[in-house]
Design a protein around this ligand. Sequence first.
Ligand code: NAD
Ligand code: SST
Length: 379
Amino acid sequence: MSSNLSFVLNKPNDVSFEERPVPKIQSPHDVLVAVNYTGICGSDVHYWLHGAIGHFVVKDPMVLGHESAGTVVEVGPEVKTLKKGDRIALEPGYPCRRCGDCLAGKYNLCHEMVFAATPPYDGTLTGFWVAPHDFCYKLPDNVSLQEGALIEPLAVAVHITKQARIQPGNSVVVMGAGPVGLLCAAVAKAFGATKVVSVDIVQNKLDFAKGFAATHTYMSQRVSPEENAKALIASADLGAGADVVIDASGAEPSIQTSLHVVRMGGTYVQGGMGKSDINFPIMALCLKEVTARGSFRYGPGDYKLAIELVASGKVDVKQLVNGVVAFKDAEEAFKKVKEGEVIKILIAGPNEKVESTLDTSVDVAKLEAAKAAGNTGCC
Ligand SMILES: NC(=O)c1ccc[n+]([C@@H]2O[C@H](COP(=O)([O-])OP(=O)(O)OC[C@H]3O[C@@H](n4cnc5c(N)ncnc54)[C@H](O)[C@@H]3O)[C@@H](O)[C@H]2O)c1
Ligand SMILES: OC[C@H](O)C(O)[C@@H](O)CO
């Protein structure tokens, strides 16, 4: 346990591998975890390319990654629920536990949140990670460590979908068929929605969505939001509109269309993070008495439910994984995500002996096309 190789963002478009000290257990309630697999999130790609998301600016070198699963290698003296060798999904944000929001059960809103790979805090693309034991969730025997790395984006989708208060038999439209939108569609179905419409602007994403969880798909059109909504409603036979619309794209045209797709008295949830300010059809919100909610990360019970959805076979996260790469190929994996042709790539921990199962050669033309289209991952 002397090597702790880490994948560090120095500044935009400049990453390196660095030996960092193996972290030490700080509190008797901490565990030390060997990181086995980490997924790449759009926010990691955004930091890599731009060095900032909103007011979170990378000023000093920062280890990337926050979608991880690992194996417990050491436990603090007060840890009763985990032992050495346990396989866990890592919840990567640690709230203060004492402020009003934490005490109200909304710890995801804590102002003092320490969140992995959100500056100034380092992330989990590293060999070893220390975490409070109650933010490490033991994986059931039938859930693999690779699936464990998908629990983080699934927990995001669980939180978004809980915010939508879906009822059995509801119709749900999900804008965006990236990993978060696909997982929202799957969770909506697990929550009892009978019609789930995935919407995107890329045909192969819709083809995947149809085989994954969507009952219907719709290719968003470059027309006015009202016309787009009318065509969407007609194509999915949504009658007076959808009971619930979730935005998992962050794109302004998608958000505008959403408010025209939701039915009178329906619910709209903002999960996507795009531009901070947009033109928003506020009159539709008012006249339809739409309930609108935001959704940020995840809170009490979300990781637990995400793991149960995978363990019970209700959400098959394995389908989202295009391949696994060795730690040394982390930068190539980021380029692959940037190309926009993959759903989820996992990076094996630096101490894992794995062969890359993904062709890591990068198509420069695709990279340039993604750049020209402004596809920079997220946010
Ligand atoms: N709320 C949270 O806590 C939270 C957490 C993680 C990610 N996010 C956000 O959720 C969003 C989705 O994440 P992801 O990882 O799936 O990102 P992604 O970039 O892989 O997926 C976004 C999808 O939206 C599609 N899209 C773009 N414009 C569209 C339009 N006009 N109509 C319909 N679809 C359109 C894209 O083609 C893409 O498939 C991102 O904005 C991300 O920042 C939010
Ligand atoms: O899943 C967690 C998200 O990726 C993060 O909150 C990020 O998008 C903003 O810091």
